[in-house]
Design a protein around this ligand. Structure first.
Ligand SMILES: Cc1ncc(COP(=O)(O)O)c(C=O)c1O
Length: 406
């Protein structure tokens, strides 16, 4: 792929995201190799919501990824960036009817989730009697019962798809089976958990087998969704997940007949992405040290729930010659009190001019930024040959004022 050359870094004080192409390629290859070795017949989707940076989407498209979208807006975005409708996986609880029809008729993947989508299929079956459709159903299974040690995202369990345990999934299958030209060709099993263990993916794969057996489904695909860890030395990665998933799928499914679909987001882009901020000020307030930096908690954690981030410091002068501070609070550039990122204990005293670089910062950050006081930071790509490319310029009032009227 060729990019126009552009060697500019943002001004010194500005925070920016950096994506290293070499690391991105590493994780893409890790995913592709794991799927090739363990299943062979696969489709790599990328979760657009995780990071919809146009540069990233087109890069992944050229690497053979499909776009996993959950809204009309995302579908429009990926179409504008060159994805065909048959290179789309359409998921989500609130789908747009024209988008649903476009993806379905083009032969893309559509995974039904809501009650009214079953009625849409009944209608489309009548409207297009000469076409045959293979659709997927999102299965909602009781993860807490399958894996009692798993830490769930929400205590009450997942809310997406059709419930297996209470017969909702069975009803959906029966309604689709009653249509002469519609077949349940796929099961979608994405389930987010906090602990993201290998065991939960094994249990989900087993569940796909159980459902396909129980309802005699001849599946074209099993979609395991996303939610994996990746790019973190202390956690599992694709090389751990896919042997476990495929061992379980292999108990029942024929690799030639049934494709494995994946929709990773965060695990694909974490290793490659950093968020780089500068220490601007160092304040002593009644014995506490507050460091003001150019980035903000809202850039990394817009929901302001976290107080720990993987990071490293880049010092502007020898840290060995600095005193050790028992506690330093790293704070953001907004004027909100809660804009404190983390407390750094027993570390060399930070000084203006040092950099705090947040690692694994690619998912749910650069496109999930509130336009609060400052706008979207720039995104710089460090290409494999070391040259730099500006994928997104920092937003200014030129962008903010668009479509406003006064
Ligand atoms: C259906 C679906 N697929 C894929 C993903 C991507 O998840 P992650 O970014 O954790 O890999 C999500 C995230 O919530 C999702 O809901």
């Amino acid at each position: 792929m060729t990019f126009p050359q552009n060697q500019q870094l943002p001004p010194d004080t500005a925070p920016f995201f950096r994506i290293r192409e070499k690391d991105l390629l590493y994780d893409i290859c890790l995913l592709r190799d794991s799927l090739r070795e363990n299943w062979g017949n696969f489709c790599m989707g990328y979760s657009v919501k995780t990071n919809s940076l146009p540069w990233l989407l087109t890069y992944l498209k050229e690497q053979g990824f499909y776009a996993e979208v959950v809204s009309e807006t995302e579908f429009d975005l990926v179409r504008r960036l060159g994805f065909r409708a048959d290179q789309v996986i359409y998921n989500g609880p609130v789908k747009d009817r024209p988008t649903f029809e476009t993806v379905l008729l083009a032969g893309g993947y559509v995974n039904l989730d809501s009650t009214w989508e079953l009625a849409w299929m009944e209608e489309l079956s009548r409207l297009y009697p000469d076409r045959s459709f293979s659709i997927g159903l999102r299965a909602n299974v009781d993860i807490a019962a399958l894996c009692p040690d798993e830490i769930l995202v929400e205590e009450e369990g997942g809310r997406f798809g059709y419930c297996y345990e209470n017969g909702g999934l069975k009803t959906a299958i029966q309604r689709m089976n009653a249509l002469p030209n519609v077949k349940v060709g796929g099961l979608h099993l994405h389930s987010s958990t906090q602990s993201r263990t290998v065991a939960v993916y094994g249990a989900l794969a087993k569940t796909a087998v159980r459902i396909a057996r129980e309802y005699a489904l001849a599946l074209d695909y099993v979609d395991m969704g996303g939610g994996y860890f990746g790019g973190r030395g202390d956690k599992p990665d694709y090389r751990d997940y896919f042997p476990e998933i495929c061992r379980n799928l292999g108990e029942f499914f024929d690799r030639e007949r049934t494709a494995l679909i994946v929709e990773p987001g965060i695990s694909l882009i974490s290793r490659a992405t950093t968020f780089e901020t500068l220490v601007l000020d160092c304040k002593d307030i009644r014995g506490r040290k507050f460091l003001v930096t150019s980035g903000s908690r809202v850039n990394l954690n817009p929901l302001v729930t976290r107080h720990s981030y993987p990071f490293h410091a880049e010092y502007c002068s020898d840290p060995a010659k600095r005193p050790i501070e028992a506690s330093q609070w790293i704070c953001g550039a907004t004027c909100m009190e809660y804009d404190r990122l983390f407390e750094w204990k027993n570390a060399p005293a930070l000084l203006p001019g040092d950099k705090i670089v947040y690692d694994t910062a690619g998912g749910y950050t650069m496109c999930l930024n509130p336009l609060f006081i400052h706008y979207f930071p720039a995104v710089i790509i460090e290409k494999t040959d070391g040259s730099l490319f500006t994928a997104r310029e920092a937003w200014t009032n030129d962008e903010y004022l668009q479509k406003n009227h006064w």
